[in-house]
Design a protein around this ligand. Structure first.
Ligand code: CXF
Ligand code: ZN
Length: 362
């Protein structure tokens, strides 16, 4: 079938007509309603995260099931769905219930080569790679039974749900699935983008006593207060580590690094107390620090967390339940853009004007 898709190649992305080939037995064609834009899409566009090229971007898709493969029993045409990250379902980590640590995560989400890719996207004879088992910056995408999540309540505005598939579950899941803080504990969140602000909302859901948001943008800090932060620190005008130590009487129990700035990882390490945990969720690069002095005597744990250690088929419906109850207003992070307006959405995300752009498809 013919589709319109945002194809990236040579650091350029453009809306093109391409084709979808016949799907496999476990695959699903989704008519996309709205797809969130994530910094990982831009990292792929600029080959910071290596993938085969050309590739169709988009990994926060939401839409309606258009067609199911011959072996699909979990979904039917007309179902509302969100498409999340891909996983094999067969490796030891998937079998232990941690698909975000799937041993095949990188090949199944980013792809190794066009030759080995299972992508169904082509432009005539030219094969086009698939991102996160979806490539949902397109009018239609091919997902599979593992990474597709059914949304039972068809009354909810489907166009807003795509970001739950990555950025929002990453932030909220880091709190609710990975850290599981207890009521009196304190959490610091470095970076008030979609991931950090979702962590703020997650910390509020977890009833954390102290929730400190750190950013350099006062508007974002105001939003963090609205979403549940008990304290905010502007890292440009204040010494963030000192401010956090003062507020928490010696250091927080947890400090999440979501800003993606390498140097902030060290601030996060210094912001926690003995036995504190520092989950790093923002993709950053090199950092040099004294391992003994910064980590060992204080028994600190520095840990990478992917996708909020979520099981999307369980966690996304849980987040939607909190949203419907009024306790997880993730829609405040979203601004929508028409289908042909990706350049503006990228510009607004990079400038910080928009926290989470969603591209609407029709
Ligand atoms: C990514 C973040 C970097 C590690 C792989 C998963 N999440 C999606 O954007
Ligand atoms: Zn993402």
């Amino acid at each position: 079938m013919k589709i319109q898709a945002y194809v990236a190649d040579n650091e350029q992305v453009s809306l093109k007509e391409v084709q979808l080939k016949e799907i496999d037995a476990d695959e699903i064609v989704v008519k996309i309603v709205g797809t969130g834009l994530c910094h990982t899409d831009l990292n792929v566009l600029h080959s910071i995260t290596p993938t085969p090229m050309p590739i169709v971007l988009g990994h926060e898709g939401a839409g309606v099931v258009e067609k199911v493969g011959s072996g699909v029993t979990e979904f039917e045409v007309g179902d509302h769905v969100v498409v999340s990250f891909n996983y094999c379902g067969k490796c030891v980590n998937c079998l232990h219930g941690v698909p975000s640590a799937c041993e095949n995560f990188f090949q199944d989400n980013f792809g190794l080569s066009l030759e080995t890719s299972n992508s169904k996207i082509v432009d005539g004879e030219q094969k086009i790679a698939n991102l996160f088992g979806q490539s949902s910056l397109a009018t239609y995408c091919v997902a599979n039974v593992r990474n597709t999540v059914k949304i039972e309540d068809k009354e909810i505005d489907l166009s807003l749900l795509g970001p739950l598939a990555c950025g929002i579950q990453t932030g909220a899941g880091t709190i609710l699935n990975k850290l599981k803080p207890i009521i009196h504990e304190s959490v610091v969140i470095f970076g008030c983008g979609s991931v950090g602000l979702s962590a703020v909302m997650g910390a509020k859901l977890a009833n954390c006593k102290t929730i400190i948001a750190v950013d350099v943008n006062d508007e974002r800090l105001d939003l963090a207060l609205e979403l549940g932060a008990t304290h905010v620190v502007n890292g440009r005008s204040e010494d963030a580590v000192k401010a956090i130590q003062d507020i928490t009487n010696g250091g927080a129990h947890y400090a999440i690094e979501s800003s993606g700035v390498s140097a902030v990882v060290l601030q996060a390490i210094r912001a926690v107390r003995a036995l504190g945990t520092i989950p790093v969720v923002g993709a950053s690069g090199m950092l040099e620090f004294h391992i003994h002095d910064e980590l060992i005597p204080m028994n600190k744990t520095l840990v990478g967390v992917v996708e909020g250690q979520s099981i999307p088929k369980l966690f996304i419906p849980e987040l939607i339940k909190y949203y419907k109850e009024g306790n997880f207003p993730f829609d405040k992070l979203i601004k929508t853009y028409e289908m042909d307006n990706l350049d503006q959405a990228i510009h607004d995300m990079e400038s910080g004007k928009t926290i989470k752009p969603v591209i609407l498809f029709s």
